[in-house]
Design a protein around this ligand. Structure first.
Ligand code: NAI
Ligand code: MG
Length: 365
């Protein structure tokens, strides 16, 4: 069996605490011979700025380009509020995403049975919920030019952002969505605004074409993005995979996230093209939450989003859906046993970050 190289970038704040818990699991999996991981750990974000004067060094980017998968904890914090725009810790994330060209951002929204009560929706609407949002991450209105604020002759200003999507960009994200749907419940919902946007017309056309030509057995529906937002809070279980652009995906994935309760529970994956060095897709795994400076260093952070990101890596980078399922089952069982970090305790007795990690490990064993 081959050994996979993981680059771990814990980052700042609770990033280091949650990464430690994830590493307990990679070490155990390796020791058991279930899957072999070799890890390398480096600095990113504010920690990198303090040591090297930049939020991510070229050396770390080079390591990331050779790794089988990259894991990020979280970056940022008040300490680096005044380092300037280019040096802010979050710039590291943007650089890594851009250099790995991880264009497909996967955010599952899974409602754990034990946490049904934490959702903002009625239990019957979220019980058993398991949807996956696939957001285009590297193009669209957040990235395309012109992007500017200009002063006009009369002294007033004009701001421009530009929404552009090409056939190639839509094709590649659509393929990812269809492939994932095939591993799930075989349904893709494509969200855009073809009624008012040219990019929406092309999006709908290309997704339809990719579906017809390459994935005829996957059910495809088109849904206007605003209606999609409404449906997510009305009847979320109608969805399996939702594929959408960068802007709508930003919003829809946050809506979907809150259907499931706590920020500390939400993993994510960002996938790119096949890396010629590894033969696997470029992949960056990270929790959705940030560095939580308010609870950093207190052994209070919930490590489950980070551990859930490892489960995603097992499934999407290493083709070990069997191990991913075991790990996810361990998380479900730990929660069912009543083990809670403070963020999901709802007033009940809470355990610390390391105890939660240990509980997942014990459950795996
Ligand atoms: P945040 O996600 O760090 O925290 C928001 C709230 O959720 C806080 O009350 C925090 O204690 C809680 N929380 C977050 N993750 C948790 C966990 N695993 N367990 C328990 N509670 C958790 O967002 P915030 O406060 O807006 O940002 C803090 C810093 O993180 C900022 O510098 C921000 O720029 C950065 N950030 C970094 C991200 C990343 O690295 N991907 C993403 C979002 C924010
Ligand atoms: Mg967002």
């Amino acid at each position: 069996m081959s050994t996979y190289k993981l680059l771990l970038l814990p980052g700042d704040g609770i990033g280091t605490e949650i990464m430690r818990e994830m590493e307990k699991i990679t070490q155990w999996l390796t020791a058991q011979g279930i899957i072999f991981f070799e890890t390398e750990t480096d600095l990113v974000g504010g920690a990198s700025y303090d040591a090297h004067g930049t939020p991510v060094t070229d050396a770390v980017v080079a390591q990331a380009l050779k790794a089988d998968a990259v894991f990020m904890g979280a970056v940022g914090g008040p300490k680096w509020a005044d380092v300037g725009f280019a040096n802010r810790p979050e710039a590291a994330l943007l650089r890594l995403r851009a250099d790995l060209d991880v264009f497909a951002n996967l955010r599952p929204a899974i409602c754990y049975p034990a946490l049904v009560g934490a959702s903002s929706l009625k239990p019957e609407l979220v019980e058993g919920l398991d949807i996956l949002i696939v957001r285009e991450l590297t193009s669209g209105v957040y990235f395309r030019e012109p992007k500017e604020i200009v002063t006009l002759e009369d002294g007033s200003k004009r701001a421009t952002d530009t929404q552009i999507y090409t056939t190639g960009e839509i094709e590649r994200i659509a393929k990812v969505a269809f492939e994932l749907a095939q591993q799930r419940r075989n349904k893709v919902s494509s969200a855009e605004k073809h009624n008012v946007m040219a990019s929406g017309i092309l999006w709908k056309q290309i997704v339809t074409q990719v579906g017809k030509e390459l994935y005829p057995s996957v059910e495809l529906e088109h849904v206007l993005a605003d209606n999609c937002a409404m449906q997510l809070v009305r009847q979320p279980k109608q969805f399996d995979v939702i594929v959408t652009d960068n802007l709508f995906g930003d919003i829809l994935s946050d809506v979907a996230a809150m259907l499931t309760g706590s920020l500390g529970m939400l993993p994510s994956a960002s996938l790119g093209n096949t890396n010629p060095v590894t033969g696997r897709r470029f992949a960056l795994y990270e929790p959705v939450h940030g560095s939580a400076p308010d609870i950093a260093g207190q052994n209070a952070a919930n490590p489950l989003a980070m551990i859930g990101s490892l489960a995603m890596a097992l499934r999407y980078s290493f083709d070990r859906g069997d191990v991913a399922e075991k790990l996810e089952k361990a998380i479900i069982n730990v929660l069912a046993n009543g083990t809670r970090t403070r963020d999901i305790a709802d007033g009940a007795q809470a355990v610390g970050t390391s105890a939660m990690g240990d509980a997942v490990l014990a459950e795996l064993q």
